[in-house]
Design a protein around this ligand. Structure first.
Ligand code: SF4
Length: 106
């Protein structure tokens, strides 16, 4: 009962704290820049903020991941399954992927 009373008495503060936390999370989300590359079927997502430049992707699938080129990722150079397998080997989690629902390119 005491906690319910405290919550009732401080609900404006709790709403304010909730707002600040959501705003902070939104700012963090915006600060994380990601780049997307697609072959029409699968989209590779790269987050340079957490990439540790191990070059594992480059050594594993150089036709797609080539830091000497711009853009350095060309998803059209391999089939989706090979891309997915390589993305899953990224040690930092900088690479991720999602399947395009409609098969469209971005
Ligand atoms: S494998 Fe991942 S961490 Fe390593 S260079 Fe590629 S994206 Fe960066």
């Amino acid at each position: 009962m005491a906690i319910e009373k405290w919550i009732f008495q401080n609900q404006k503060i709790l709403v304010l704290i909730s707002f600040v936390l959501r705003y902070t999370q939104a700012v963090i989300d915006m600060a994380q820049t990601t780049h997307k590359y697609t072959n029409g079927e699968v989209t590779i997502v790269w987050n340079p903020d957490i990439c540790m430049h191990s070059a594992k992707c480059f050594r594993g699938l150089p036709s797609v991941f080539d830091p000497r080129k711009r853009p350095w990722v060309d998803a059209s150079q391999s089939d989706s399954q090979a891309i997915i397998e390589q993305v899953k080997k990224c040690p930092s989690g900088a690479l991720s992927f999602f399947m395009n629902e409609d098969g469209s390119t971005e």
